[in-house]
Design a protein around this ligand. Sequence first.
Ligand SMILES: [Zn+2]
Length: 250
Amino acid sequence: MNKSELNDAELSRYSRQILMPEIDYSGQLTLSQSHAVIFGLGGLGSPASLYLAAAGIGKLTLVDFDEVDDSNLQRQIVHRETNIGQAKVESAKHNLAALNHHIEIETIAHKLEESEVLALVKQANVVLDCTDNFTSRFALNRTCFKAKVPLISGAAIRWEGQLSTYDFRNEESPCYQCLYPEDSGQELTCSQNGVLSPVVGMIGSMQAIEAVKALLNLPTLTGKLMIIDAYTMMIRTLNLKKDKNCKHCS
Ligand SMILES: [Zn+2]
């Protein structure tokens, strides 16, 4: 994490990114000095963590208190059959470390109090919400807002996915509650409604893209909500303004 330069092995490994003018050597060095916290190592957190590890984010903290079940393997691609019964964070850490030994990976396998979430989020440069329930989503929205850390939020169900970035370094950014007031009712869950495996793969990968851009101060989906219908392959991007009546951020 306290890197001042990239070594030869890293220069070679990340050469396809360093070649891109928007990233270059300095951007890749920034990524290697960055800390991303991923909440949820399920369908979204799997591809997000794999791509962030492969892309050379210097430190990943993985947070999940669930264990790998055989019904997860249809879409949670960071886990293997041999990991069934293990803590998801340990399974993910093992497989991510096998992909990239240059990065540091920490794990948290217990349920966190909101004060612990805040302390963790304050150490992060970017946070990925790969959870599947409103309680966690609202807690991450509150803590990232307080800590002024960008929050990359993804969701997927059936054929549909949603993606947005709430960049709380920018005071104009809306928050998750501007979109979903806390009393907005029943949530849909994949366990009850189903989801096509590559749909979570697509959204989780896009969360990784947004995270890289947030770390490099490149344009993100801040102020926009992307909605993807994988059945028709139509993508819509809606403007999302800060709600002046939002109970949380206004
Ligand atoms: Zn708000």
